[in-house]
Each structure stands twice: as C-alpha cells, then as structure tokens.
Design a protein around this ligand. Structure first.
Ligand SMILES: Cc1cc2nc3c(=O)[nH]c(=O)nc-3n(C[C@H](O)[C@H](O)[C@H](O)COP(=O)(O)OP(=O)(O)OC[C@H]3O[C@@H](n4cnc5c(N)ncnc54)[C@H](O)[C@@H]3O)c2cc1C
Length: 384
C-alpha cells in the first residue's frame, strides 16, 4: 500500500484507475471536456452525486458551474453505492432533510433519468433471540433476523442516477473535467482551485470530496474514511428466492443493530449484500487492491456470512465483488457549511454510508445557499 510523503502529493494517488473491483451497474457515458477554463462562477471539486447535484442545481439557476474530478466519474462512492434510497441522514431526519426522497424523485422525473428508481420501501431488520421471522427466515451468527418495520425508501441504479444527473447538468450549461485533481483550494474574497498547471478563479468553491475531505481541508470536523465491501449473488431460482423471503414484494433491507448488513434485489433474481469496513486515510485506501489481505478477508467474511443466512444460500456463487469508500462523520452528522475564514468556500460530505438521496439534497442546498445567499443548516457546521 502506498503512503503519502512530502514529495508525493496525496492527490497523485487519486488520478489512477481504482482497483476496488467492479460493481454490477451498467457502464455509462459522462460528459467531459478538455481542461481549459480560467474562470468559473462556481468551481466544484469532486464529481460524485454531491458535486454533480450542486452543478445541476446551479446551472438550472443560470450559474456557470465547473466540476473537477480527480479520477473517472462514477469510480468513487457514488458509482459504487448499493443504491438503496434512504430518507434523512445517518443521524436521523435532521431539520430540512425530511424530504430527500421526494426531491430525488422530482429530479429523476423532471430530467427523465433512466436509473430504475423504485420506491417500494425498505425493511429495517434486527437480530433477535426468538424463533425465526415469517418474512425473512434467516439466521446470522446464531441469532434469528426479524423485520422490525418498513420505512420509506427503495432502490435505484446509482451509476444511472449519477450519469443522468451529469448529462442534465451539462444540458443546463455545467462543464465537467475528468482526471482533473485539485491540489489546493486557494482562499480569498474570490477563491480559486489549483490544478497541475492551472489556477481557476471562481466566485465560490464547493468541496464535495467525501472520503478526501480532511486531505483537502485538514481543519474541518474530522471525517473517518474506510472502504466497505459488497457482493452480488449469481442468479437464484424463483423457489429459492421465495424460501428466502425475497420473492414478490421483497424490499431492500439493512440492520439497525450490529453486526451491520445491508442488501437489495438486483433485477429479478440476484441479491446484493454489503458489510465490513477497512479503515485508512483516503490516500492509503486509494492504493488498496481488492485482492489485498484486509479487503479480501472482509469480502470472504461477508460471503461466508451470506452463505450461512439460509440453506438456500449455502452454495451460492457471486457474480460481482467490489468495495468503495465511506466517509464517517463525528456523531454521524454530515458536514455542510462555509469555511469560517473563507465563506465563499462551501464543504458538503461525510454521509456515513447514507448518501444516495441525501447527496442530491445536499447539492441542491449548496446551490440555493450560493444563488440566494442563504444560511446552511446549523447541524452541518464544519468546526471540530
Ligand atoms: C459500497 C458502498 C455502498 C453504499 N451503499 C449506499 C446505499 O445503499 N444507500 C445510501 O444512501 N448510501 C450508500 N453509500 C454511500 C453513498 O454512496 C455516498 O454517501 C455518496 O455516494 C457520497 O457522494 P459524494 O458525491 O459525497 O462522494 P463521492 O461519490 O465519493 O465523490 C467524491 C469525489 O471527489 C473526488 N475527489 C476527491 N479528492 C479530489 C480532488 N482533490 N480533486 C478532484 N476530485 C477529488 C473523488 O475522486 C470522488 O469522485 C454506499 C457507499 C459505498 C462505498
């Protein structure tokens, strides 16, 4: 695993293609232009859902937004997500975040984004000592699993959402630059972003870099970064899915206790499962290969756990295995705010693995704050 050193800028790691396996989402075309701007109304660092949503909502308000992505669009958390649509934040529904799903649905429908959004609800599941559940007859680590309640939510194809939103933003006038690592955010009344061989002035800078937040901005509230692993089963037969409780009417699920496990249907007959965290600083995680000891062991543990859930899974094979970064904020309260010493620099990120619908809401909130000079929510304050 590489480590950073003074002569080796951490962002060097990020311009390589990641070796975190391939999620089962379709490959998508992203808008991308050769790097040439000297000015942008808003320079957005990071081309995940937060940055792309900010660009979309800014462009719709007539502001010139440029998105600088160090790697390839979709090759970070947003394109590697499980695509479970959740309401609010990992800390619960914080003020203003109670309609993230509705807002997501509005954007998907207005822009006709092809991302297979289905709002069938989610099952919150938990471990239990009593007899097996009638809905999900699984056992996990010697305990039964039971459905605690159904909550609002659903599933989508995260790559489809990211690419569709980027294309909608490009149609509205936003520009996108791939393999364009920002080395530094230059503070000032008019801030700027510094790339290799280019300094781009802007009226505002938005840092939407998720696991990289403290690398670019060490002074903001700490965000711990970790790789989390996921796998998709081979197709299962209809009777096997029925036995598992994942036939017609199945919902995506996630544990509300530990050990954590989440999952969802993929198409009609595959199931995606995810769990496990490999902690490390973002530049170190960047160099991790899925075949390295720690992520490989995390994946093996996940797959062994899946096979032990139910006899119908005991010999299941896996069609896809992958990992992606999560950024875990203190108290699980996401970051969204202006830098105290440079209010024209806005930071959004740290969703603690709960960011598909939230990131789209965050991008919209950042755009509103810039266009209307409104305050950002107090719970997102950047101070440590
Ligand atoms: C395996 C996995 C499964 C998940 N499943 C779910 C789920 O089912 N439901 C849910 O709600 N959430 C889920 N999440 C979380 C969700 O995907 C994220 O919260 C969300 O995608 C974060 O979006 P983002 O735009 O903030 O970050 P990212 O998508 O990580 O984008 C940040 C971008 O910034 C770029 N960047 C970093 N530094 C620089 C720099 N210096 N210059 C330029 N660019 C830079 C990175 O390359 C990256 O592309 C999952 C995450 C993972 C990893």
């Amino acid at each position: 695993m590489p480590t950073s050193s003074e002569s080796h800028h951490p962002a060097d790691e990020i311009s390589r293609q990641r070796r975190w396996g391939k999620p089962p989402w379709s490959d998508e075309a992203f808008p991308s232009a050769p790097l040439d701007p000297s000015h942008a109304d808003v320079a957005i660092v990071g081309g995940g859902l937060t940055g792309v949503s900010a660009a979309y909502h800014l462009a719709r308000r007539g502001l010139r937004a440029s998105v600088f992505e160090a790697s390839l669009f979709g090759d970070d958390a947003s394109g590697r997500s499980g695509g479970i649509v959740l309401e609010g934040t990992a800390r619960g529904v914080l003020p203003g975040t109670g309609q993230c799903i509705e807002k997501l649905q509005e954007v998907v429908s207005a822009e006709k984004i092809d991302c297979d959004l289905q709002l069938q609800g989610c099952w919150e599941i938990e471990h239990a000592r009593e007899a097996q559940d009638r809905v999900l007859p699984w056992r996990d680590g010697g305990l039964a699993i039971r459905v605690r309640q159904s909550v609002a939510g659903g599933t989508l194809n995260p790559m489809g959402l990211l690419a569709g939103l980027a294309r909608a933003a490009a149609r509205a006038g936003a520009t996108f630059y791939e393999r364009a690592a920002v080395r530094k955010i230059v503070r000032g009344v008019r801030p700027a972003v510094e790339l290799d061989g280019a300094l781009i002035q802007a009226n505002y800078v938005v840092a939407a870099v998720n696991a990289w937040t403290n690398v670019l901005l060490p002074e903001v509230r700490p965000v711990r970064s970790a790789l989390t692993t996921a796998c998709a089963t081979q197709p299962l037969s209809a009777p096997a899915l029925h036995e598992l409780g994942l036939g017609a009417g199945a919902r995506p699920f996630y544990t509300v206790d530990l050990p954590y496990l989440w999952g969802r249907m993929l198409g009609q007959n595959q199931v995606v499962f995810g769990a496990g965290l490999v902690f490390g600083a973002a530049p170190v995680l960047e160099g991790v290969d899925l075949a390295d000891d720690e992520p490989r062991q995390a994946l093996e543990q996940l797959e062994a756990r899946v096979r032990a859930l139910h006899p119908a899974l005991s010999r299941v094979g896996f069609a896809a295995q992958w990992a992606g970064p999560v950024a875990i904020a203190d108290n699980f309260a996401p970051l969204i705010g202006r830098l105290p010493d440079a209010p024209s620099v806005i930071v959004a990120g740290g969703y603690s693995g709960h960011g598909v619908a939230l990131s789209v809401w965050m991008g919209a909130a950042v755009a509103r704050a810039i266009a209307e000079d409104t305050a950002l929510p107090g719970w997102g304050a950047l101070a440590g």
